[in-house]
Write a protein that binds this ligand. Sequence first.
Ligand SMILES: Cc1[nH+]cc(COP(=O)(O)O)c(CN[C@@H](CCC(=O)O)C(=O)O)c1O
Length: 305
Amino acid sequence: MADRDGFIWMDGKLLPWREATVHGLTHTLHYGLGCFEGERAYATPRGAAIFRLTEHTKRLFNSAKILQMEIPFSHAEIDAATKEVVRANGLESAYIRPLVFYGAEGMGLGAKGLKAHVLIAAWPWGSYLGQEALEHGIRVKVSSYSRHHVNIHLCKAKATGNYMNSMLAHGEAHRGGYDEALLLDREGYVAEGSGENVFMVRDGVLYTPTLTSALEGITRDTILRFARDAGLPIVEKQLTRDEFYIADEAFFTGTAAEVTPIREIDDRIIGNGRRGEITALLQSRYFDTVSGKRDDHPEWLHHVG
Ligand SMILES: Cc1[nH+]cc(COP(=O)(O)O)c(CN[C@@H](CCC(=O)O)C(=O)O)c1O
């Protein structure tokens, strides 16, 4: 990732990609206290548009507030910088990574004078779990790692340190021959994927776990809006792993994962083992909206040009 042409926005300046570096004693590198966003720009008939940029920037500031980090820029400045990065790299579509981190101003848990720095990078990134996955679905394994307890890792913050749990779960699933992990909360209820929210469909009803131990996903919110628009009954409740086993459909949602059908969980075939009808409906609505083919939410598309 480090050796490529392009530009990265860092603390107010657009730097050549290879010069966007930090010191080895960067505080967040050692202690994991930082926060970030995952955003996508999609190609639309009016050029590249960042999907729900306002909500992503708001969540970045909320994460920083939870972690008591002071971002030294306004929401508007971060929005403008995010668009500038996509433009400067000439990207029609992109995955965008804003990151807020403490620099090398000090070491130790009680370091004084730490400064929050902001980096925003963008690069082409296809479908997170593979193009094939979007159509045929993926194989998922319930993780041996629990999702965070809400009073240990603050789950409403998209905090860098929270992703150690995600990395361990994701790695365990992959080493076991699965595509992704599904994590349970401390009480054993289904929380979310290592980098996604999760849904299931049973007898025509759309279910998703309450957000206690899960990130407030923007894609989750988008899908719930689509489901409401389509008149689908929706239930948000504590869900058990075996409710997913006997579901008719299941799918992950996330900026990177988009809407990825789940065809198997713990070697149980979900429904007919393929992308379900309601999943397909919501997935195509998602892709039609982000690509500007449908314009019932113009406020969600932030054109960079
Ligand atoms: C733990 C987690 N839960 C839910 C979501 C879905 O949130 P949203 O993107 O707002 O719908 C994400 C996003 N995961 C980001 C990071 C993925 C990565 O590999 O890094 C993403 O999808 O960009 C999570 O990391």
